[in-house]
Design a protein around this ligand. Structure first.
Ligand code: WTA
Length: 658
């Protein structure tokens, strides 16, 4: 039977349309709702209905994105009037101009108002099983007492306080106390020698030092106070040293020392200095990178929340020392700004045994674990039993940072530690970037993660690869120098006392871009993989150091090497062999730190150099890696026999030294 055309077909069409519309809107509603549940600010971003749209929005409307996030996630004393005022080519970076806030209020007071008894810190002391929990109320109290003490002793807004302490609640309170009274902090890793400490105190023009009597790590006591005593002898500006007691042993006190560190928060401008942190570059002199208040805190908080999918009530376990940027951003500022519970790890991965991390995960019920590939590789060698012994069912996300994670270590971390359940996020960033810039998450829960790849840029980050001529590489499946094409709030603002060096290192190589110093590969799918440094910065036990810094020390003993060190002896050097190796190692450990000591020292007649006199480090690296096929083009080499000698010497050495 024919139906009357008009009416019925109309009916069918409208009915169909309505159903379609309803379904469409329901879906749109759900997607909108999803993205807003994921990030509430997204509700106010035009046209953002899913996560990939959110990512795109954050890159192409970075100002609107960060303005909304800053209003939502920070407590301001005075709102900002300008979101950003940046000129990458001149190294002028300002975010949230006109705004005032206090970082310690953002990390403490506002959580004390809502949940005073929530645990802020779990101090995982070196002595396993003796953890100490500190609530937000207690941490605020500790911070205020310390802030008052510093103020009473004349520490003012704009001063710089050096903190030479192991990872512990008092160190965190010291950082926050500085933030509270408007002083900048300069945390120096407690493994650094007296001379390295002194150099950093002097460069930072710091008049106050906070330390502990002794440190304990891996069951060994280190004399931190004594190291400070030695350091301050060559730091005339230091007027006072505050000493807390980490162990029961009394230490000798001098007139300079004020015992027992056990407030009105200062209104700080967004761009006032929050801290300096020294890191290695490709020259012998470490650089004091400067991070400021609002932008840094916001970036640390947002990356902590989204890269690790951190939720209220989770226990976050970052095992980095507070002496490094990872400790700053992900043991302290990110988690505390988010009102989280964060673990302060004082020990080592193998103390008292190689099960330490996983026993801790079980005991503290850690939900996100963040560590370094060097530790993962070490633990992998001890076997799976040390992991299987403990319940790791609380783990939700595993993170890796500091250097490329090789596939074997990645797979082991994923399969054995995470039981194949937890996403492993390989996070790429630097002291300079303030927080994570490239990492597999955030992305959809089922989005693929490729082992050993940092993969996806974080919100508003625009990675760019450059070829050797400085041209932007636009296609995929290419390698180049990794730059970031637009400013983001977490980036360092300058190098303390040396803005020129900041511009030359990061802004001049590729004008208009931030140059990271790393090389990267962009895959066919558009994912990023970091291939390593393009300069002479290396990673030793997860710590970043410039070959030039070690060379600088060794040169002072009339020698010249690289932490497989190639040493060319001057003709008049009389000590030889093992005795000389010992002497060199002692020097490095005294001037920098024990970890920087070379594992192998090979004495050579000469180094492979180009005709223009530049050492071909690539060749040395390949010899050490026994990848002679990978040595590559030697046509620019001044004297190819130098390489033969080195290969021969390397062969002789292997087997002799451990
Ligand atoms: C390297 C540590 C590969 C890189 C947060 C960078 C990485 C330097 C990764 C910064 C990673 C850091 N994959 N390489 N996931 N993360 N690096 O300043 O060479 O101590 O430039 O900051 O470590 O070291 P920094």
């Amino acid at each position: 039977m024919w139906l009357p055309c008009g009416g019925t077909s109309n009916y069918i069409v409208t009915h169909f349309r309505r159903r379609l519309f309803k379904a469409y809107f329901r879906d749109l509603g759900r997607r909108r709702c999803n993205v807003a549940a994921f990030m509430p600010e997204a509700a106010g971003f035009d046209g953002v209905s899913d996560r990939s749209a959110l990512q795109e929005f954050s890159v192409s409307n970075s100002e609107s994105f960060w303005a909304a996030v800053a209003r939502q996630r920070l407590s301001w004393i005075r709102p900002f009037h300008t979101v950003q005022d940046c000129d990458l080519s001149r190294g002028e970076i300002k975010w949230f101009v006109g705004g005032q806030l206090n970082v310690s209020v953002n990390c403490l007071d506002r959580h004390v108002h809502t949940c005073p008894e929530r645990v802020a810190l779990i101090w995982e002391r070196d002595e396993s099983g003796s953890e100490v929990k500190v609530t937000y109320r207690e941490l605020l109290e500790m911070t205020c007492r310390l802030g008052n003490l510093l103020r009473r002793h004349g520490v003012k807004r704009g001063d710089c306080v050096t903190i030479y302490m192991p990872t512990c609640p008092l160190a965190v309170a010291s950082m926050l106390a500085c933030a509270r009274i408007g002083a900048a902090h300069n945390v120096v890793f407690a493994g650094f020698s007296a001379e390295a400490l002194a150099e950093r105190i002097r460069d930072a023009q710091s008049g106050t030092v906070i330390t502990v009597n002794q440190g304990v790590r891996g069951g060994k006591v280190t004399e931190l106070k004594k190291t400070v005593d030695t350091a301050v002898q060559s730091c005339p500006a230091v007027q006072q040293v505050f000493v807390a007691m980490r162990t029961e042993n009394p230490v000798a006190m001098t007139a300079r020392d004020v015992e027992d560190v056990v407030c009105e928060p200062a209104a700080m401008d967004s761009e006032d200095v929050l801290f300096l942190l020294y890191t290695s570059g490709s020259t012998g002199k470490p650089k004091g990178l400067v991070h400021t208040q609002a932008g840094y805190l916001l970036y640390a908080a947002l990356t902590h929340r989204y890269v690790f999918s951190y939720h209220d009530g989770d226990v976050f376990g970052c095992v980095a020392d507070i002496g490094w940027i990872t400790g700053h951003s992900y043991s302290v500022y990110g988690p505390l700004a988010n009102g989280g519970t964060t673990v302060l790890f004082e020990s080592t991965p193998i103390y008292p045994d190689p099960g330490r991390y996983w026993e801790m995960v079980q005991r503290l019920k850690i939900n996100q674990f963040y560590g370094a590939p060097t530790a993962i590789r070490l633990l992998l060698k001890y076997g799976d039993e040390w992991v299987h012994k403990y319940d790791r069912s609380t783990l939700k996300t595993l993170g890796s940072v500091g250097e490329p994670i090789n596939t074997e270590a990645w797979e082991w971390y994923h399969r054995v530690v995470g039981d194949g359940r937890c996403p492993v996020v390989d996070t790429w960033w630097q002291t300079e970037t303030g927080g994570i810039c490239i990492s597999p998450r955030p992305s959809d829960a089922d989005a693929e993660i490729v082992p050993g790849m940092a993969m996806r840029p974080f919100f508003s980050i625009k990675p760019t690869l450059m070829d050797t001529e400085g041209k932007v590489l636009t296609s995929n499946d290419v390698s180049g120098a990794l730059c970031i094409a637009q400013p983001w709030p977490g980036m360092a603002r300058t190098i303390h006392n040396n803005h020129q060096r900041f511009i030359e290192t990061y802004c001049r190589p590729h004008p208009g871009y931030f140059f990271t110093g790393d090389g990267a590969y962009r895959s066919k799918e558009g994912y990023y993989q970091i291939t390593g440094r393009l300069d002479d910065v290396i990673n030793v036990s997860g710590h970043r150091i410039g070959t030039a810094e070690i060379e600088d020390v060794l040169v002072r003993t009339s020698l010249s090497p690289g932490v497989y060190a190639f040493v060319v002896l001057k003709n008049d050097v009389e000590v030889q062999g093992a005795a000389l190796c010992q002497q060199l190692n002692n020097m490095v450990s005294k001037k920098i730190a024990k970890y920087a000591c070379p594992d192998f020292i090979q004495f050579v007649q000469r180094l492979p150099k180009t005709r223009s006199g530049k050492i071909m480090r690539r060749v040395l690296r390949k010899v050490v890696e026994r990848d002679l096929d990978g040595v590559g083009d030697l046509s620019t080499l001044d004297d190819p026999t130098a390489v033969q000698e080195i290969i021969q010497g390397h062969g002789d050495l292997c087997g002799k030294q451990p």
